[in-house]
Design a protein around this ligand. Structure first.
Ligand SMILES: [Zn+2]
Length: 232
């Protein structure tokens, strides 16, 4: 877990103990219970969109979606003022702190990925989790095109994926999304999910399962992806 994740988790716990969330409006939508910042109005469509993406992604990933508590802040700034950066998901606690303008699916997908493999094997800020959550974020963004538009250096594109197993810098999330996009298009969801299920803590295990499932090493797949990324 990154430093800010630990800090935010601690802060959320403190605030709960102080009763800070007691006057937040509670809206129960079955799988997701939303807690809304006081005196803040949100359209019903906003909630339904999240619920639908959550169900849709659960089907894609082949997992049973657990019940989630979702705290909604009006903006990142308002969260920051009270010591919470509301772009965070606590997988084990099934709790999300999100803000109004965030993509509908990103944080919710973290919860679902937690059902595929535990966060020791599939680290929360790592390439595979962030790639999935970016690819399945419920927006229409084409991650390949988005990645291209960001003009990443050749060095970045050639960085071995293993390096990002535990931590993917935030500015590289679209790149992670494009990796999942490629794998899913080339090999299908079934193999993609099998790969994720078999990942173990040690990075060296990645090569073996990649060969088993995709019949290629990750290094080869990375080269294929890089060509695909730059195609017209
Ligand atoms: Zn994320």
């Amino acid at each position: 877990m990154s430093d800010w994740t630990i800090k935010t988790k601690k802060r959320a716990k403190e605030l709960k103990e102080q009763g800070f969330y007691n006057n937040w409006t509670k809206r129960n939508f079955g799988l997701i219970t939303f807690f809304i910042y006081p005196d803040f109005q949100i359209d019903d469509e906003w909630f339904k969109k999240r619920l639908n993406i959550y169900k849709k992604n659960a089907k894609i990933l082949g997992v049973k979606p657990p019940k989630v508590n979702f705290f909604v802040y009006p903006s990142i700034e308002i969260g920051k003022k009270i010591g919470i950066i509301p772009t965070i998901c606590f997988i084990k606690m099934k709790e999300i702190h999100g803000h109004l303008n965030q993509s509908p699916g990103h944080e919710l997908t973290h919860i679902l990925v937690g059902k595929i493999n535990n966060s020791k094997n599939l680290p929360g800020n790592g390439l595979w989790q962030e790639g999935l959550c970016t690819y399945l974020n419920g927006t229409k963004t084409n991650q390949r095109k988005h990645t291209l538009s960001l003009n990443f250096s050749e060095v970045t594109l050639a960085t071995p994926w293993k390096k990002w197993r535990k931590h993917m810098p935030g500015n590289l999330y679209p790149l992670a999304g494009s990796i999942i996009q490629y794998l899913v298009k080339r090999y299908g969801w079934k193999k993609m999910i099998l790969f994720l299920k078999k990942l173990k803590k040690a990075a060296r295990n990645q090569d073996k399962i990649s060969l088993d499932i995709f019949k290629k090493s990750l290094e080869e797949i990375q080269k294929d992806w890089s060509k695909w990324l730059k195609k017209d």
